[in-house]
Write a protein that binds this ligand. Sequence first.
Ligand SMILES: Nc1ncnc2c1ncn2[C@@H]1O[C@H](COP(=O)(O)OP(=O)(O)OP(=O)(O)O)[C@@H](O)[C@H]1O
Length: 242
Amino acid sequence: MSHDDLLRCERLEARYGASQVLFGIDFNVRRGEVVALLGRNGMGKSTAIKSILGLLRTIDGQIYFDGQRVDTLSMDVIARLGIAIVPEGRQCFPNLTVHEHLIAFARHSAGAEKGRRSVWSPDRLYALFPRLAERKKNLGGQLSGGEQQMLAIGRALSTHPKLLILDEATEGLAPLIREQIWDCLHLLRKEGQTTLVVDKYVDRLLTVADRHLILERGRIVWQGNSTELSADRDLWTRYLAL
Ligand SMILES: Nc1ncnc2c1ncn2[C@@H]1O[C@H](COP(=O)(O)OP(=O)(O)OP(=O)(O)O)[C@@H](O)[C@H]1O
């Protein structure tokens, strides 16, 4: 594992019951990099994410995070090592206020203390998403889909993750809200936040991600940078149904 790698998956295999879904996938995410995980529905993107989070035990292969093997650890230990998820469907707590979401999960950032990483205090999160400041006292259950997604991102950032993972970052959101989420991801990239993102808006991911991986039936069939992906429209039709 190179010192630059924050995450490294080697020969990952996963299954649900008798049905195998991942067939030996290998990839890495370097520190400070934004990597997009692409592929049509059902190709294994969420399964790969569940494996990294420790939500699904892999049947073969290894996962290393920040220099340590993690596929044998429990999900709470993995989370504490510094991986935060913005899950598909957001999963905000209906009975906690916006502000409570942003303080209840907050964790101290050792890196930030030394000036190396951003400190995501509630005030900074409100500056990132002014809409959340307006909704500070509202309950999670009273928010629109876009507000919930902002809150899910804010909650994940409040833990000062070394790796932020977004599954379906803008799914089901109105176009204007989607743009706000893309703006946020641009800003996080500038701040050096290492991120793994799944989304179907490939044209947008070209501007926000450094590297792209295409999953097809549980195998990584292509990886490359935005210039390479942008130039090869055959990939878009063959693997992304675009
Ligand atoms: N809990 C589960 N039990 C059984 N099969 C599952 C389960 N979750 C996913 N699958 C199957 O595993 C395969 C990969 O699903 P996965 O959710 O990883 O795909 P995906 O690329 O994330 O697509 P989507 O965007 O539709 O979520 C699919 O065939 C799916 O039906």
